[in-house]
Design a protein around this ligand. Structure first.
Ligand SMILES: N[C@@H](CCC(=O)N[C@@H](CS)C(=O)NCC(=O)O)C(=O)O
Length: 204
C-alpha cells in the first residue's frame, strides 16, 4: 500500500497515526503541491492528500474513508466500534476533530489571513470561535473518562489528538489549556503514544 502525503498535512498525520496504531505496513510517498497533479490526481480527481493506493489497486480517499478502510482491513485493535450508537459517537468525535483542523488550516494557510485580520476581524473571529466551541464540547464529553470514548483508545482519540496537535503548532498563541484542563491532560497523554511521537507534523 502506498500513502501519498506531506509532512505538513494534519489529515495525513491522522491517517499515519491510524496506520501506526493498527500496525499496518505501508509505503509513505511524499507528494508536495507541485507534484500532486502528476502523482495524486490520476488516483484522486480532487488531487488532495491523503490518498491511499491500496494493495488491490483501488484508490481510497479522503482521511475519513482511509481510516475506516484500515480499520476494516485488520480486526485489532478496533478504532471504530461496530455497534451503531457507539460508532456514531466515535464518528462525531472525528467530525469535531476534523472541524478544528479545518478551521486551523483556514486561519494559518488561507491567503486572506493577513487581510482577514485587518479587514474582516469577524471572519477571523468566526473561525476562532468554532475552535473554541469544539474544544469546550470535547472537554465536556471527555469528562473523567480514560479515553475520549469510554475506556478504550479509538478514532475519537486520534481525531482529538491530531487536530489539537495541529492547532498548537499552527496557532501557538491560541490559549485553550487553562479553560480545558482535562482535555489538556489527555492531549499530553496521547502525545506519549508511539503513534503520535513517530508522526509529528513538520512545519513545511
Ligand atoms: N477532508 C479531507 C481534507 C484533505 C485536504 O484538504 N488536504 C489538503 C492538504 S492538508 C490538500 O490536499 N489540499 C490541496 C488542494 O485542496 O488542492 C481529508 O480529510 O482528507
Amino acid at each position: 500500500m502506498k500513502l501519498f502525503g506531506t509532512g505538513g498535512s494534519p489529515y495525513v498525520r491522522k491517517v499515519r497515526i491510524a496506520f501506526a496504531e493498527k500496525n499496518i505496513p505501508y509505503e509513505y510517498v511524499l507528494a508536495p503541491p507541485e507534484q500532486r497533479a502528476a502523482l495524486v490526481a490520476p488516483l484522486n480527481p480532487l488531487g488532495k492528500i491523503p490518498t491511499l493506493l491500496a494493495s488491490d489497486g483501488q484508490a481510497i480517499y479522503d482521511s475519513v474513508v482511509i481510516v475506516e478502510y484500515l480499520d476494516g482491513l485488520q480486526a485489532e485493535p478496533k478504532l471504530i466500534p461496530a455497534q451503531f450508537a457507539e460508532r456514531i459517537a466515535v464518528k462525531r468525535w472525528e467530525a469535531l476533530g476534523d472541524g478544528v483542523a479545518e478551521a486551523t488550516v483556514l486561519l494559518t494557510h488561507d491567503p486572506r489571513k493577513a487581510e482577514a485580520k485587518r479587514e474582516s476581524p469577524a471572519w477571523y473571529e468566526k473561525q476562532r470561535q468554532k475552535i473554541q466551541r469544539a474544544l469546550t464540547v470535547m472537554e465536556q464529553q471527555l469528562g473523567d473518562q480514560e479515553y475520549c470514548f469510554g475506556s478504550q483508545f479509538s478514532l475519537a482519540d486520534i481525531a482529538t489528538g491530531y487536530s489539537i496537535g495541529y492547532l498548537e503548532q499552527g496557532l501557538p498563541d491560541f490559549e485553550w489549556r487553562s479553560a480545558n484542563p482535562r482535555l489538556a491532560k489527555h492531549i499530553d497523554k496521547l502525545n506519549q503514544r508511539e503513534s503520535f511521537k513517530s508522526t509529528v507534523v513538520s512545519k513545511s
